[in-house]
Ligand binder design. Sequence first.
Ligand SMILES: [Zn+2]
Length: 331
Amino acid sequence: MIQEWLKKIELANSLGSLEDVRVEILGKKGVLTAQFTKMKDIPNTQKKAFAQNFNEQKAKVSEAIENKKTVLMALALEEHLKLEKIDVTKFNMQPQNGAFHPVIDTLDKITTYFQNLNFSVEEGPLVEDDFHNFEALNLPKYHPARDMQDTFYCKDGAVLRTHTSPVQIRTMMKTKPPIRMIAPGNVFRKDFDITHTPMFNQIEGLVVDKHNKISFANLKHVMVEFLHHMFGDVEVRFRPSFFPFTEPSAEVDISCIFCNGKGCRVCSHTGWLEVLGCGIVDENVFKAVNYENVSGYAFGLGIERFAMLIHKIGDLRSLFESDIRLLGQFR
Ligand SMILES: [Zn+2]
C-alpha cells in the first residue's frame, strides 16, 4: 500500500496534481485517514503496534509530499522566470510610448480643474511640527480625535504630516484673505492593508473670504460640479460628519459608478461610494492664525481612492508596486 502511495507522489507533475494526491491519501476522507477509523475495532493488545505503524506511514507520506512540493515549486519558479525574461541587450527600433502613473494622472486632472477655477497651488514640508499638523487645526494635545490619525512620530516631537491640512495653516499665516488654494501632496499614516498604505496622496482645498461671503451652499455647489467633472453623471449626497477643523462637516458620497446605485460588492451593497470630506472652517482654526471676521470652507480627498475608482483598480497596494504590466494598461 505505502509503496503505491509513494509512487503516486513521485509521479505528480504539478503542484495541483500533488495536492490531489495529498487529499486522496491524507485528506479528511483520504485512504490513510480511513485506516485510523479502524482503530476502535482492533484488540487492545495490538493497538499500540497499529498506531505506531499508522504514524510511521503518515510521516513517510507527509515527508515525501513535502519533498516533492519543494521540487515542484522550484520548477514552477524557473518556468515563471523564463516566461518573464527580458533581454536588455535587444535592440528595438520602435520606442514604446511612456504613460503617466494613474495616481499622477488623477492628481493632474484634479489640480488642473481647480486651477481653472482660479485656485492657487500651495506646498508645505512633509515633516511637520505639532502646531501645524494638529494644534492649529483644532486638535489640542490629548484630544481624542488625534487617534483618528495613526501618526508617525519622530524622536524630537516632529511628525510626518498625517494630512495636507498644515499647508492651509502655513498659507493663512503668510497671506491675508481672500484665499482660494489647493494643496496636493504625500501624507503618512501607520496603516497597511488592501485599502491603506503608509504613504498616500491627498489634495486639500481652502477658500476664505470676508465674513458672510462664504456659505455651505458655495461649498456644495463647487463639490457637486467637481464630482460631475471627475465621475460624469453621478448623484451626489452630503452626510453630516465630524472633522476637528470644520463645523459643520460633511462626508460626500457619489452614486456607485460600478452598479449605478443598485448595490454591489464595491459599494458594500449601499449603492453609494464615499469620496471626500468637507465643511465650514471651524472658528478655532481662524483664531490660531489670527484671522478675524472671515468665513471659509475646506475639503480634502485621497488621490489614490479617486484613481482606483476611475480606473477600477481593486487593490490600493498595486499602485505602489511599479509593475510595468499594470502601468502599461494606462498608455
Ligand atoms: Zn455598487
